[in-house]
Design a protein around this ligand. Structure first.
Ligand code: URA
Length: 433
């Protein structure tokens, strides 16, 4: 079948076979199929969707387009985690060493931040010396030594996803459930862990704002993962407020260290305990309640923090920063944002708060922009808190003095107040297996 016929078939809402999807995607990789033809195809998928068989086929073709790690033949109890991205989401830094301290193996590839959400690779890069760009042998050596390593997404894996994602980004076709599911799952399948836990976020600070759509996406990814014989679970989490109190790269590393040292940070603690327990449950078949007990004990006993130290050292990070967080680079300018009203915080426009952190220097708008590791926000008040006029809502940190007034105005607009205490949502909405 020609590329034209494949596009026409999808346009007419007919089901494509594995062979047709294989030919189309591989033709694109060889440059025999053009950008404009793939753009038309993606738009047809955007409107007509894809069946589970088609989504599985696209996932398989993209996963097979580059190297595939056979983690399962080298390690037992391999477990990966994927977050669809949120503001202040530093859970990987916390759950990876927790489950590694309990005998799971976490060999994880992560992305850099783009837009209003941060990326794990940027957070880890804010630790002086930490190497994110290891080759596959170096990566696996660290996993052998410590049970845990997190590196940036290797160029050798899933080149088809990389090429198609870049096109989706400029053709308004990112927001499609089968395209998102196949993109995420192709990377997870190629990385090779036997168990995969998906943290699918919804709400004002998530990429998927709507809870129902987040649930549909989670179900689709579970279906695809199971077809590749993976143990799958999805945790649906609420992103109506930032996760924890720190937003920005080294500020989030410090918050993660504080939690690993035993500080109970509301919402962040519950979410990390849940994610780590589900990872342990899936990979070692430990009942959830028992897994939760083991996870909490790993934090309390210091085992998780010790594993974190071991991992960071193995990956070249300067341990003196982990042991004395005061050493982390501090931004040149800091300012306080004070409340203009008295009342309960009823809502936070979390995407806007993520944008504020980005404008302070913590994020990037374009893929090749650099980030300022010391920039960001430390919240004092979150949804449900009572605040008096002139009381501090947050502190902001930046090396660019010129943005401060704009951030103050944006932040104030992002916070809504009411006279009555609003209902507070549990950060965990649902776990689906
Ligand atoms: N993250 C991905 O890796 N792919 C998508 O399509 C969306 C988010």
């Amino acid at each position: 079948m020609t590329a034209y016929e494949i596009i026409k078939k999808k346009r007419d809402n007919l089901e494509l076979s594995y062979k047709e999807i294989f030919e189309f995607v591989n033709g694109y990789l060889r440059n025999d199929v053009s950008d404009y033809q793939v753009s038309a195809f993606l738009m047809a998928v955007f409107f007509n969707g894809m069946s589970d068989d088609e989504t599985e086929a696209l996932t398989k073709v993209m996963a097979n387009s580059g190297e595939m790690l056979k983690l399962d033949s080298c390690f037992n109890n391999t477990v990966d985690k994927h977050s669809t991205g949120g503001v202040g989401d530093k859970t990987t830094l916390i759950v990876a060493p927790i489950v590694a301290s309990l005998g799971c193996v976490v060999a994880k590839m992560s992305g850099r931040g783009l837009g209003f959400t941060g990326g794990t690779v940027d957070k880890l890069s804010s630790i002086p010396g930490y190497k994110v760009g290891l080759n596959i042998d170096e990566f696996l050596d660290i996993v052998k030594e410590t049970n845990v390593s997190v590196v940036s997404q290797s160029e050798a894996l899933t080149p088809a996803d990389k090429k198609i994602y870049a096109l989706r980004d400029v053709t308004a076709t990112v927001d499609s459930v089968p395209l998102i599911a196949s993109s995420i799952m192709s990377k997870k399948i190629a990385t090779g862990s036997k168990s995969i836990v998906l943290d699918v976020k919804f709400g004002s600070g998530a990429f998927m704002k709507d809870k129902k759509r987040a649930e549909i996406l989670a179900e689709k990814m579970l279906t695809i993962g199971k077809r590749f014989n993976r143990n799958m679970a999805a945790v649906l989490t609420n992103m109506d407020k930032p996760l924890g109190f720190a937003i920005g790269n080294n500020l989030e590393v410090i918050e993660a260290i504080n939690l690993l040292k035993g500080e109970i940070i509301p919402d962040l603690y519950e979410e990390c305990v849940t994610l780590a327990s589900v990872m342990l449950n899936l990979s070692k078949q430990i009942p959830l309640d028992k897994a939760e007990e083991l996870v909490e004990n790993s934090i309390k006993s210091g085992a998780a923090f010790e594993k974190f130290r071991e991992w960071i050292v193995a990956q070249g990070g300067d341990i003196s920063y982990i042991d004395n967080v005061e050493k982390f680079e501090k931004a040149k300018y800091t300012a306080e944002i004070l409340s203009e009203k008295t009342g309960y915080i009823s809502e936070m426009d979390t995407e806007q708060i993520g944008i504020c952190a980005g404008l302070l220097g913590a994020g990037r708008e374009n893929y090749n922009d650099t980030v300022d590791y010391s920039a960001g926000i430390i919240l004092d008040k979150k949804t449900g808190d009572f605040v008096n006029r002139k009381e501090r809502l947050c502190r902001i940190f930046t090396n660019d003095k010129s943005v401060i007034q704009d951030i103050k105005d944006r932040y104030i607009k992002a916070i809504s107040f009411s006279d009555k205490r609003p209902e507070i949502n549990n950060p965990i909405y649902k776990i689906i297996f």
